[in-house]
Design a protein around this ligand. Structure first.
Ligand code: KG4
Ligand code: ZN
Length: 362
């Protein structure tokens, strides 16, 4: 089965072709430099950029893979969560293709696609415990099957990625800050006593990163030189960073990594999850070096396999959307063309079950 995946939920316009779980080709245009000028994603600009690039990326992808729309079996597109205008560009494009070529379409939950991205590189077995750490979400799931997930815990305030980006902003580093923080932290040594492991002294699986952010703000107010240095790094490059700055970045990221691992450990200890076959990790923050290492240690300690996607599959991409399309289409799911885009903050309809009478896959 050949699936065309389309992703436009935030600031990456991405299209990819996946055939039976194997990527055939992918195109991606990032808007990071544009939004960096404003310190964060500007929704109207994001929509315009998607609109500007999506057609050309589609043509390039099909040409480079030697494929025409006639060869495509199903079109999968991110319906949400994300920025409404940005999602509308992708969903309208997908609907146009589906209508014009009479192809079935699948409206994909972006979080679901992230979560199963590891399946492109690893043989996943179920039930597994899933950790999704992205810019907007920090969720723990029990994954019983590719189309049967239960949310066990979520962040009550900021997501782990937001906590990274806001700390980077406090340091005067450009948006999106996660990658730069990672590079600085790799040169530093973490002090485990510097920042708290927030909201871990409880037995639930929810997260709250606001206390960590406040602790970091207080620390940086007491050490104003670190902020001045962060601003200088924008032009001078990270090679010029002081040891103190690298150490504070390592301390902050290790507080996030430890917090994620503690909650995953609680989940693994629960009797009702004794049957967990392995740990699945997903989302942009899963590209982080310290987070990856901490999760590998956690998996080793609990004697479970860790299914961690390569870095390019952690951050937003369309390969994961196309992969999700293959998985769901193979299980008989599909959507009628009147599906709507679902922006951030709105609950995605639980419509996988309702659509078990699928559109035929021709
Ligand atoms: O999954 P993603 O690409 O987009 C969303 O769905 O949100 O995640 C983006 C988030 C941003 O907050 C970004 O700073 C963070 O992932 N991120 C990282 C790294 N790469 C991306 N955070 C820490 N270390 C990284 N290497
Ligand atoms: Zn994402």
């Amino acid at each position: 089965m050949l699936c065309l995946g389309i992703e436009s939920s935030c600031d990456e316009t991405a299209l990819a072709l996946v055939r039976d779980g194997r990527p055939l080709g992918a195109e991606l245009a990032t808007q990071a430099d544009l939004h960096s000028l404003f310190g964060g994603v500007v929704p109207e600009l994001a929509s315009r950029e998607h609109y500007r690039f999506i057609g050309a990326l589609y043509d390039k992808l099909m040409r480079s893979c030697g494929v025409t729309l006639r060869d495509v079996d199903v079109i999968a597109v991110t319906r949400g969560p994300g920025l409404l205008g940005a999602l509308l560009v992708g969903t309208a494009f997908a609907k146009g293709l589906a209508l014009g070529a009479n192809k079935p379409v699948l409206a994909i939950n972006h979080l679901h696609a992230h979560l199963l991205a590891a399946g492109l590189e690893h043989e996943l077995t179920y039930p597994s415990l899933g950790l999704l750490v992205s810019g907007g979400h920090t969720h723990i799931y029990r994954i019983n099957a590719p189309d049967a997930l239960t949310l066990l815990g979520r962040t009550l305030d900021d997501a782990a990625g937001e906590a990274c980006d806001k700390f980077a902003k406090m340091l005067g580093l450009p948006y999106p800050g996660g990658v730069l923080l990672d590079a600085l932290a790799c040169r530093g040594e973490a002090d485990p006593t510097l920042f708290p492991r927030p909201y871990t002294r409880n037995a639930n699986l929810d997260f709250s990163f606001s206390g960590l952010k406040t602790a970091a703000l207080v620390y940086l107010e007491a050490h104003p030189r670190l902020g001045e240095e962060g601003r200088r790094i924008r032009t001078a490059g990270i090679e010029t960073a002081s040891q103190a700055l690298c150490d504070v970045c390592a301390s902050y990221l290790s507080a996030i990594a430890d917090t994620l691992c503690q909650k995953m450990e609680y989940a693994l200890q629960q009797e009702k999850h004794a049957d967990i076959a392995g740990i699945v990790v997903a989302g942009g923050v899963a590209a982080n070096t310290l987070v990856r290492k901490a999760l590998a240690d956690l998996a080793g300690k609990n004697d479970k396999p860790l299914w961690l996607p390569s870095r390019a599959l952690c951050t937003d991409n369309a390969v994961m959307v196309a992969h999700m399309g293959c998985l769901l289409a193979a299980r008989g799911h599909g959507h009628a063309l009147d599906f709507s885009a679902v922006p951030r903050g709105h609950v995605l309809p639980e419509d996988l079950g309702a659509l078990r009478a699928p559109m035929p896959l021709t």
